[in-house]
Design a protein around this ligand. Sequence first.
Ligand code: SAH
Length: 256
Amino acid sequence: MPTTLRLFVSADLSAGSVLVLDDEQSNYLLRVLRLGVGGEVRLFNGRDGEWDTAITSVTGKRATVSPVSQRRPQPAPTSPAMTLLFAPVKKDETDLIVEKATELGAVSICPVLTQRTQTRTVRLDRFNKIALEAAEQTERLDLPAITDLAGLDQALDVLTPGTAVIFCDEAGDEAGAPWGGDTGRAGPARAVLEGLRGRNAAILIGPEGGFTPEERAFLRARPDTFAVSLGPRILRAETAAISAMTLWQAVCGDWG
Ligand code: SAH
């Protein structure tokens, strides 16, 4: 049994409160892990911190638990916050992006439609389940917000004002292109991020087909938008997402 069995619940958590777990969680504790009265599980709800709890009774297939002590207080919302904007790709790779964004501390995960996005629909219930399980495993005390599929400009418009948009542009620069040359060069990611410390960030990753010249021109003309290169090799979208989020956490985030 995992030493740090953790489950997300929506109910309030406080000393002495009593929670009846739902069928799925009760089944996991009672049948899969074969716990019984006295069995211990850590619960979090994104608001009240993390609590050590114990199973106090089993009625039919449902387990009732009672918080015993608060293990960790709910931290203040992460600052600065990192959001991932990504064009959905193939199903498994998209699932991977959602899981890794959760582990890497994204506060919001936003699928966006770009001109070359192949996948035009997303399963939000699936994304939420993946994010919930990843949050339990990674010992987060909150869940990332997962937004519905939106157009690129719409997804950008709803960002908190002042958010630095880190536009991962695989094309680097083409001096002759209207967006290339000195108009917003795609700088080395680490150097650009070092100049963005303290600012909320939205990392933008394109689809398998990359961004169009029109999208590049639109993005590079935007305020608070920074084109970055993730090196000389073309990375798969999932590799680029994981790499960019990792670098951001190391340079600007909570890995310090
Ligand atoms: N157009 C590419 C594939 C794009 S990769 C091709 O020719 O196959 C998908 C996304 O990952 C890109 O839109 C970009 O956001 C990101 N990405 C991949 N490699 C990158 C790099 N070297 N620098 C910056 N972003 C990159």
